[in-house]
Design a protein around this ligand. Structure first.
Ligand code: PLP
Length: 359
C-alpha cells in the first residue's frame, strides 16, 4: 500500500483538475475489476456506454472513449478535416492556448484564431476567418470549434449555438465543440445535454469527465456521422486507444447513467456562484476596495481583477489559484465537485482581509 503523501483536507481554487476522483467513480473502477474482458473497447462496459450516451444525445451517436481532452480535441478535429483543412476558434480556446501546439503538430491542423471579449465566437467573429475557399494559398476553413462552457467561465445559450451552427453549415463548414466542461454547461443552462449540442447543430464534441470527478476519462462523441471519418483508426494512431478501456468506460457510465454528472457539475457551479455573490455583495457594501470582475460567472469559474500584490499575498497565505493575465491583475478561481461552502467562506474572508490591507 502506498503511503498517503498529501493532506487530503487541503483544497484550492487553482483548477477543477486539482480535485481527486469522485468516490462513486472510484467505486465504479473497482466494480469493473476482476476477471478478463476483451481489450481495446470490445468489453461490456464500452458496449453499455454507447447506450448511456444514446440516452443523453439520442440514437445514432457514436462514442469513442479516450484518455484526455487534448487527445479528444485533436483526434475529433482530425476526423472532421481533410489534410488541407483549417479550424476557426477563439484565440482563448484550449486547442490554441493550452494544448502545446498539438492540433498543429500532432494533428497537422492549421488554426485560424479570433480574439473575443468573453471566449465566445459569434457568426460575425467567425467571418473574420471564414473566407478564401477554393484559394489554394489559404488553409481551407472547414471546421469551427467552440468551447462550452468557455475557457473564461462563460456559457453559450442554445440560440447562440444554433446561430453559429446555421452560419457554419450554410458555408459548408462543420461545428466542433470542446465540452471539457459540458456538464457544467448543462447545469448552468438547466437543459439536457442534447438540447444545446446535437439539437442545436453541433456535429462532433469532446465530452469531459475528468474535471467532473473522473480519472482521465473523456470521450469523442460523433453526433452527425456524416461529419467525421476514420475515428476508429485515428484514435489509435493518436495514442488514445486504451487497451483496458473497460475502466475508462466504467467511469463515464458512473457519471452519466444516473445524475452524478449533473449533481457534481451543479455543485461546482453553485460554489462559484456563492463566491461571486458574496464578493458582489461586499463590493456593493463598499467593503472590498479595488476588487473587480472581468467575466460573467456562468459556470464553475470566477474571473476577478485584483489590485497589485493582492494575489501573491493571498497565495502566501495558503490560498491556491492562478493568474490568468498577470499584467492586468486578472486571476481565475475554479470550483470543483468537492469544493465546500466553508472553502468559499474562508476564501471570501481572506480576500476581504488582503484587500483592506492593500487599500
Ligand atoms: C476547455 C478545455 N478543453 C480541454 C481540456 C482538456 O485538457 P487535457 O488534455 O488536460 O485533459 C481542458 C483542460 O484544462 C480545458 O479546459
Amino acid at each position: 500500500m502506498t503511503d498517503q503523501l498529501h493532506d487530503t483536507a487541503v483544497r484550492g481554487f487553482a483548477s477543477d483538475n486539482y480535485s481527486g476522483v469522485h468516490p462513486e467513480v472510484l467505486a465504479a473502477i473497482a466494480a469493473a475489476n476482476g476477471g478478463h474482458q476483451v481489450a481495446y473497447g470490445e468489453d461490456v462496459y464500452t458496449e453499455r456506454l454507447q447506450e448511456v450516451f444514446a440516452r443523453h444525445f439520442g440514437d445514432g451517436v457514436e462514442v469513442f472513449p479516450v484518455f484526455n481532452g487534448t487527445g479528444a480535441n485533436v483526434t475529433g478535429l482530425q476526423s472532421m478535416l481533410p489534410r488541407w483543412g483549417a479550424v476557426i476558434s477563439a484565440s482563448t480556446a484550449h486547442i490554441n492556448s493550452d494544448e502545446g501546439g498539438a492540433p498543429e503538430r500532432v494533428g497537422g491542423i492549421k488554426l485560424l484564431t479570433v480574439p473575443t471579449p468573453d471566449g465566445k465566437l459569434t457568426p460575425e467573429l467567425i467571418d473574420r476567418e471564414a473566407w478564401g475557399w477554393g484559394d489554394e494559398h489559404r488553409a481551407q476553413p472547414l471546421v469551427v470549434s467552440i468551447t462550452q462552457t468557455t475557457e473564461l467561465g462563460t456559457a453559450y445559450s442554445v440560440d447562440e449555438i444554433r446561430a453559429i451552427a446555421d452560419h457554419v453549415h450554410e458555408r459548408g463548414m462543420k461545428l466542433h465543440l470542446d465540452g471539457a466542461r459540458l456538464s457544467n454547461a448543462a447545469a448552468s443552462l438547466g437543459l439536457p445535454l442534447r438540447a444545446f449540442t446535437r439539437d442545436a447543430g453541433v456535429d462532433l464534441l469532446s465530452f469531459g469527465g475528468t474535471k467532473n470527478g473522473a480519472l482521465g476519462a473523456e470521450a469523442i462523441v460523433v453526433l452527425n456521422p456524416e461529419a467525421s471519418e476514420g475515428l476508429k483508426y485515428l484514435r489509435k494512431l493518436n495514442m488514445q486507444l486504451a487497451s483496458k478501456m473497460r475502466f475508462v468506460s466504467a467511469q463515464l457510465i458512473a457519471l452519466l447513467e444516473g445524475d452524478l454528472w449533473l449533481q457534481s457539475a451543479s455543485h461546482a457551479n453553485a460554489m462559484a456562484r456563492r463566491l461571486r455573490d458574496a464578493l458582489d455583495a461586499g463590493i456593493a457594501a463598499g467593503d472590498l476596495p479595488g476588487l473587480g470582475f472581468s467575466q460573467a460567472t456562468q459556470s464553475n469559474g470566477v474571473f476577478a481583477v485584483l489590485p497589485d500584490g493582492v494575489a501573491d499575498r493571498l497565495r502566501e497565505g495558503g490560498f491556491r489559484f492562478y493568474d490568468w493575465d498577470a499584467a492586468k491583475g486578472e486571476v481565475r478561481w475554479m470550483c470543483s465537485f468537492d469544493t465546500s461552502e466553508d472553502d468559499i467562506d474562508a476564501f471570501v474572508a481572506g480576500i476581504r482581509e488582503e484587500l483592506h490591507r492593500a487599500a
